[in-house]
Design a protein around this ligand. Structure first.
Ligand SMILES: Nc1ncnc2c1ncn2[C@@H]1O[C@H](COP(=O)(O)OP(=O)(O)OP(=O)(O)O)[C@@H](O)[C@H]1O
Ligand SMILES: Nc1ccn([C@@H]2O[C@H](COP(=O)(O)O)[C@@H](O)[C@H]2O)c(=O)n1
Length: 222
């Protein structure tokens, strides 16, 4: 049987990965971080010395993109071929150019197909899938569709708190990535049927609870 799909979109730093992962754990569902795949392909491009702004060079990498992801006790482990890239894909050098990769239509088509295969292959009762175009493109028929958002200054403050003091460019990087990503997919406004959860004034457990409550209310409303 196909798993219940909970689709979560939102801007950078809105809590998509941390909140989705915690909600999935509480619901007993699987979790799929689609941004990790875009980041892993970006890592491969940098590793090969490819020009990330050259769409043809990026598309040429797809045939050699041996991507593997699995959920572990500590989070999502990511491999490209034999290389474990779980931490490397979070490095600023990857974040700085991942939007180049994500704007190539052939890349989006190939990764979206891979995401749909992973969703279908899940043997969990449900799966929380998060990214930028899950509610609209990857799984528009998902049983639960959420736009997770928070005011930009709050998102920047939360992201800054994760990083070493002096990471002064956090604000600029986050805003610039959103600006570039928003040229490709709309993750700032909720599509029809999508529920907005605004965590600006919610703490982390409260935000997770809001997602879990929405799933329960939608899947088993009585
Ligand atoms: N409601 C909340 N209250 C407080 N902190 C939160 C809340 N939601 C998320 N956070 C924190 O905000 C930070 C950013 O969250 P996270 O990395 O999950 O965002 P994201 O949307 O996946 O970002 P990106 O798209 O850049 O990967 C994390 O430190 C997370 O713990
Ligand atoms: N569905 C998605 C998911 C991600 N992207 C691109 O990947 C980048 C990294 O995503 P994170 O969630 O890890 O921040 C993101 O900035 C987008 O460029 C995407 O296009 N579609």
């Amino acid at each position: 049987m196909s798993p219940v799909v909970v689709a979560v979109d939102g801007p950078a730093g809105s809590g998509k990965s941390s909140v989705s992962k915690a909600a999935a754990r509480e619901l007993g569902y699987a979790y799929l971080d689609t941004g990790a795949a875009y980041r892993a392909l970006t890592w491969l491009a940098l590793e090969r010395g490819a020009d990330t702004a050259d769409a043809a060079a990026v598309v040429a990498l797809l045939s050699d993109f041996d991507y593997c992801t699995e959920l572990t006790e500590t989070g999502t482990a990511v491999r490209v071929g034999e290389a474990v890239v779980t931490d490397a894909i979070r490095e600023p050098r990857v974040s700085a150019v991942v939007s180049d990769i994500a704007r190539v239509p052939e890349v989006r088509r190939a990764l979206n197909e891979a995401f749909r295969r992973l969703i279908r292959a899940s043997d969990a009762p449900g799966i929380v899938v998060e990214g930028r175009d899950i509610t609209t493109v990857v799984a528009p028929d998902a049983e639960v569709r959420i736009l997770l958002t928070a005011d930009e200054d709050v998102r920047i403050a939360r992201r800054s708190a994760e990083l070493a003091p002096g990471a002064a460019s956090t604000a600029q990087q986050l805003s610039e990535r959103d600006r570039r990503d928003a040229q490709v997919v709309d993750f700032l406004t909720a599509a029809p049927g999508v529920t907005t959860i605004d965590s600006t004034h919610l703490d982390f457990p409260g935000t997770v609870q809001a997602v879990v409550d929405l799933v329960h209310a939608t899947i088993s409303p009585h």
